[in-house]
Design a protein around this ligand. Structure first.
Ligand code: NAD
Ligand code: LMR
Length: 349
């Protein structure tokens, strides 16, 4: 029989609030351009007990490599659909960067035909093997792949809108980086909301709410140019990579930051503030006088995360005229992408 004192000490160390709780994280698409650096960053997380690296190619090599890092997370590689169930079983957080990236001249929506089916298949696996997990979708077009996953989970009777996220953190990270560069501020001290969706005009940086504020001397043209640069930043990388893919390293950084927020919230360290593309509560209105109400079924919003997922969806806050125009202009495109995802899922198995 186990020594009772030993057992009590073990339980007490488990309850030590200074010691982070640990979780199994499954990464689907782990051998790809995002998956590999993200595996590395997740292996460094104090919140990860088990790291399940799943892909349809090359996971044995990536898992062997990452597993040699001298950090606590236990790494296992899983290859191909037969091993998806084992990768997912017990996962508290599933992160999905599986799918094809853009080449110059393509829109994110051009990826729909391939990536929609990939995300549908993986969401079916989640519904079967870890229906209570938090799910963070990176695969593009995010504006459509999140509704696809929601429909699949809904069909299986396990959809919890508080736990399904499209990862838009890279838009926030870029806004912080560009504003930091422009104003000579450490980007870690920049706070700027980026809301809406994750494609072109649907990406809405609320520069009027930036903290510290943008310089009063900045012209309207310069503010508009900054907004457009944030909206087109993915294309900037696609063009610079000239056919070799899209953002991978900055995306891995952004996804690791988002995963850290999720795991801290799960640990009970919340409420944790984040931005994410979520199934939006209907007619969530402002709260504050001049804030704009969101009337779209999916929208990236400021959220507070707690143990059970999204605990609160916060108002967008006030917008200036340029932002309000952009908000109105994005609605048709965002709704179209959502509808496309919902219809695809409805037709499928
Ligand atoms: P990549 O081609 O380098 O890697 C994708 C990986 O997915 C590959 O290893 C591939 O084998 C794997 N894969 C394909 N089908 C799979 C399946 N059914 N199950 C599991 N794995 C599968 O691409 P990447 O550069 O890593 O980009 C991945 C996706 O992320 C793209 O759709 C890209 O557009 C998107 N992306 C999104 C953001 C964002 O901000 N949300 C940022 C960058 C890239
Ligand atoms: C990004 O914003 O970098 C990603 O969505 C990838 C892309 O295709 O631009």
């Amino acid at each position: 029989m186990a020594d009772p004192l030993n057992r009590i000490q073990k339980i007490a160390s488990h309850l030590d609030p200074a010691k982070p709780r640990k979780f199994k994280v499954a990464l689907l698409g782990a051998a790809g351009g995002i998956g590999q650096p993200l595996s590395l960053l997740l292996k460094m997380s104090p919140y990860v007990s088990d790291l399940a690296l799943y892909d349809v190619a090359n996971t044995p090599g990536v898992a062997a490599d990452v597993s040699h890092m001298s950090t606590a997370a236990r790494v296992r590689g899983y290859l191909g659909p037969d091993q998806l169930g084992a990768a997912l079983t017990g996962a508290a957080l599933v992160i999905i960067p599986a799918g094809v990236p853009r080449k110059p001249g393509m829109t994110r929506d051009d990826l729909f035909n391939i990536n929609a089916g990939i995300v549908r298949g993986l969401a079916q696996g989640i519904a079967q093997h870890c229906p209570a997990a938090w799910v963070a979708i990176i695969s593009n077009p995010v504006n459509s792949t999140v509704p696809i996953a929601a429909e699949v989970l809904q069909k299986a009777g396990v959809f919890n809108p508080a736990k399904l996220f499209g990862v838009t953190t890279l838009d926030v990270v870029r806004a912080e980086a560009f504003i930091g560069e422009l104003t000579g501020t450490d980007p870690r001290d920049v706070h700027v909301p980026v809301v809406g969706g994750h494609a072109g005009v649907t990406i809405l940086p609320l520069l009027s709410q930036a903290r510290p504020p943008l310089p009063a001397s900045m012209s309207a043209e310069a503010r508009k140019a900054l907004m457009v640069r944030i909206q087109d930043a993915g294309t900037e990388v696609v063009q610079a990579k000239a056919g070799a893919g899209s953002a991978t390293l900055s995306m891995a950084y952004a996804a690791a930051r988002f995963a850290d927020s999720c795991l801290r919230a799960m640990s009970g360290e919340g409420p944790v503030s984040e931005y994410a593309y979520i199934r939006h509560p209907p007619r969530l209105s402002s709260g504050s006088g001049s804030s704009v109400a969101v009337d779209l079924p999916y929208f990236s919003s400021p959220v507070r995360l707690g143990r059970l997922g999204v605990e609160e969806v916060l108002p967008l806050g006030p917008m200036d005229a340029l932002e309000a125009d952009n908000f109105a202009a994005m609605k048709a495109e965002l709704l179209g992408s959502i509808k496309k995802g919902v219809e695809f899922a409805a037709k499928g198995p």
